[in-house]
Design a protein around this ligand. Structure first.
Ligand code: UDP
Ligand code: MN
Length: 462
């Protein structure tokens, strides 16, 4: 994420985290994870926070009844802190209910020059059967489901458009397919969305992944339908893949900043859960990043969670762990904003056996905090992090960003777009890819030239 684009929400008092970390050092892993998940619920799920507070107030009320009968100063001593706690709860509730639902904030995303969900004339097929309701039973969903009749329902959907579990590549990095049979599989999750640059981005990424053995590419498209062009593209590479349709819930689309790629990553997590995958490594790899092939050998042996620097992030052009004596001790990132794990989505990998120990794994719709909250939901402790890339001295992944532009309409008479030249087929293909379209009447007139001179279309095409 371009972390610097977001303002800090000042979510949690750092003391809280500090306390929690100190306590964590005294408990075993299981106990630790349940503590963290409690803390997580309390901080990020206002409904649960309320519930906990109600209970706590009742308990306190009962326990303190005799004391409350005391006069004067001692009464003030107990009421004042309770009043402060209560007002904090109200403030937290107001902040989180709007932020978690993506309703609050007037942050500027700085990237609005295209219509991400226009479809741009792509060919699509309707789902052959009813879109499956997304049943991602995280705490968030349990709450959302309880409120499903209200406008708070997330209305997520996940549909498997096409998939192939067959690896049709014969050689990778000069070795036959069979040489890699024993390696754990990397589940490479790529959120993507329709815009002019989508097919070029995926093509470039595919040509990196073609060199990576034992990989399953989960391409989750932020689009309501199955894009048949994408099916064809993914099939052609011969890399095992799953093409999911996982549109961003409607209510988040117009929010600024929007939770980019969250619905897709959640759908991929759901797919992993549905397939009960407890072997292999999960990595979130956006469609526009640049991946060094060495990254894949580094993350493949992840035991719990591995981390490494990501280049071109925010103000320091890098984000990643600070490592001393082979251990992660802190983080370098120009946007801290209260995040316990101030890392980029591409800066970590997770072992699936480890992740399966945390049934409440979640990635909430909270722009800027997706990585932090995801890593909190799997009970991570700093001592457990495995630094990669020569103890985080190398950059093996870059947060490159592609300049986005609106798909143009080119004025070119349709009567000429038949078999007499290449242009008909070329523009049909560009339209399918969502790159450009033609019109008889709209857009700038296409210039067709020879020897440096433009001529009427009929001169070359009739
Ligand atoms: N993305 C998406 N839907 C959107 C915007 C983005 O699925 O509406 C995907 C995008 O293809 C990318 C990831 O989410 O893989 C992160 O988005 P982007 O690269 O635009 O964000 P940035 O890198 O600037 O954080
Ligand atoms: Mn990006």
């Amino acid at each position: 994420m371009p972390s610097a684009h977001y303002f800090p929400l000042e979510l949690h008092a750092s003391d809280d985290d500090q306390d929690c970390e100190e306590q964590e050092q005294l408990v075993d892993t299981d106990h630790r994870s349940s503590m963290l998940s409690n803390q997580y619920n309390l901080h990020y799920h206002p409904q649960l926070a309320d519930y906990d507070n109600d209970n706590r107030t009742t308990e306190l009320g009962m326990g303190m009844a005799p004391r409350l009968s005391r006069p004067g100063s001692s009464r003030r001593r107990y009421w004042l802190p309770m009043l402060i706690i209560a007002s904090f709860c109200v403030i937290f509730y107001l902040m989180f209910s709007s932020q978690a639902l993506g309703l609050g904030g007037s942050f500027n995303d700085g990237d609005d020059d295209f219509e991400p969900h226009s479809g741009q004339g792509k060919r699509w097929v309707p789902f052959p059967y009813q879109v499956s309701e997304f049943k991602f039973l995280t705490n968030e969903h349990k709450i959302e489901n309880q409120n499903s009749s209200s406008s708070h329902a997330l209305n997520e959907s996940l549909h498997i458009c096409s998939e192939s579990h067959e690896d049709r590549r014969l050689y990778m990095q000069d070795k036959p397919h069979s040489a890699y049979a024993q390696l754990p599989v990397i589940y490479f999750v790529t959120p993507t969305y329709p815009r002019r640059e989508q097919i070029p981005e995926l093509t470039r990424l595919a040509h990196t992944l073609l060199h990576v053995p034992r990989i399953h590419w989960l391409v989750a498209n932020d689009y309501e339908r199955c894009d048949t062009y994408m099916d064809m593209l993914l099939n052609r590479f011969g890399i095992p893949f799953t093409h999911l349709s996982s549109p961003m819930p409607h209510k988040f689309r117009s929010t600024k900043p929007a939770p980019r790629g969250v619905a897709n990553r959640r759908a991929a997590l759901q797919w992993i859960r549905q397939h009960n995958l407890t072997n292999g490594v999960l990595y979130f790899g956006d469609d526009d990043n640049t991946y060094d092939l060495r990254l894949f050998s580094e993350i493949r042996q992840t035991q719990r969670v591995s981390m490494f620097p990501v280049g071109l992030i925010a103000d320091y052009a890098v984000s990643g762990p600070v490592v001393r004596d082979g251990k992660v001790v802190a983080f370098l990132d120009s946007w801290v904003a209260g995040r316990r794990w101030p890392v980029d989505m591409a800066g970590f990998a997770v072992n699936l056996a480890y992740m399966s120990l945390y049934p409440n794994v979640n990635m909430p719709y909270k722009p800027g905090y997706e990585e932090d909250l995801f890593l909190r939901s799997i009970g991570l402790h700093i001592d457990q992090i495995e630094p990669r890339g020569m103890n985080c001295t190398e950059v093996l992944v870059w947060h490159t960003q592609t300049k986005s532009k609106k798909a143009p309409i080119v004025r070119l008479e349709k009567k000429f777009l038949d078999g007499r030249s290449n242009l008909g087929a070329l523009f049909r293909s560009l339209k399918e890819m969502g790159v450009a379209s033609v019109s008889d009447t709209e857009g700038p007139l296409a210039t067709i030239s020879k020897n440096g001179k433009g001529k009427a279309h009929s001169y070359f095409l009739s």
